[in-house]
Design a protein around this ligand. Structure first.
Ligand SMILES: [Zn+2]
Length: 232
């Protein structure tokens, strides 16, 4: 029995199988932009913090403006001469003093808030540059993966054509036997006898078994793994 063609079929199927596995892994990687997503999320979060610090700063500034308006109104009132009552005058002076203290405190708060805002802004810049570099890395690997996929796809088409040709020279019975073993033997059905041993499981054959492998009228299966043994 000439097993050359069956062995050829095995080589083609093994290659086709590894191509299928690699294409699937590429497809998976092409969809996996996890790092880009998490860098985007990081940027969005830092932008939210920045907006909130900005809002707080605006509120402090507004509050200062309001207190200053109030202060200038009270000052104007004090020097207008309209308030004559000593108790009222004293209240007015106390109010002015208290407003000045509040304004001073708010201005300290404003400075602190400006520092916080600067920190938040630098976080945004950092997150932005991280996202840019991760995105460009992803784009580069994406184009490399796509190029590799193209090579694999054309190899696959070529191998399938070759397979069709090889199939024509294999008897239907032998092919059926091959296909049955294929599912049981994890795709590897026929292997070479290498240094008098099965290339799949390493079992050493006895001289009489080796003789059987050489016989061309029968199929010899490895006594251990059950695969067809072939000598080139
Ligand atoms: Zn074996």
């Amino acid at each position: 029995m000439n097993l050359t063609n069956l062995y050829e079929l095995q080589l083609i199927d093994t290659q086709l199988n590894s191509i299928t596995v690699e294409i699937a892994s590429i497809e998976k990687k092409l969809k996996q932009n996890q790092q880009v997503l998490s860098a985007t999320k990081c940027l969005e979060e830092s932008q939210k913090v920045e907006e909130s610090e900005q809002r707080t700063l605006r509120q402090i500034i507004e509050e200062i403006d309001q207190k200053k308006i109030k202060l200038s109104q009270s000052d104007a009132m004090l020097y207008s001469g309209k308030v004559q009552n000593p108790k009222e005058l004293q209240d007015l002076q106390l109010e002015i003093q208290s407003l000045k203290k509040i304004i001073a405190k708010l201005e300290d708060k404003q400075l602190d808030q400006m520092i916080r805002l600067e920190e938040a802004q630098s976080q945004v810049e950092q997150a932005n540059s991280t996202l840019n570099s991760i995105s460009s890395q992803f784009e580069t690997s994406k184009s490399q993966l796509a190029a590799r996929r193209n090579v694999l796809t054309s190899d696959e088409a070529m191998l399938k054509k070759k397979r069709e040709v090889v199939l024509q020279s294999i008897s239907p019975d032998l092919l059926k036997h091959y296909e049955t073993l294929q599912s049981r033997k994890n795709g590897l059905v026929i292997v070479l006898l290498e240094n008098d041993a099965c290339a799949a499981c390493g079992t050493q054959l006895t001289p009489s078994e080796r003789q059987e492998v050489r016989l061309t009228n029968v199929l010899f299966h490895c006594p251990t793994c059950g695969r067809i043994l072939h000598i080139k």
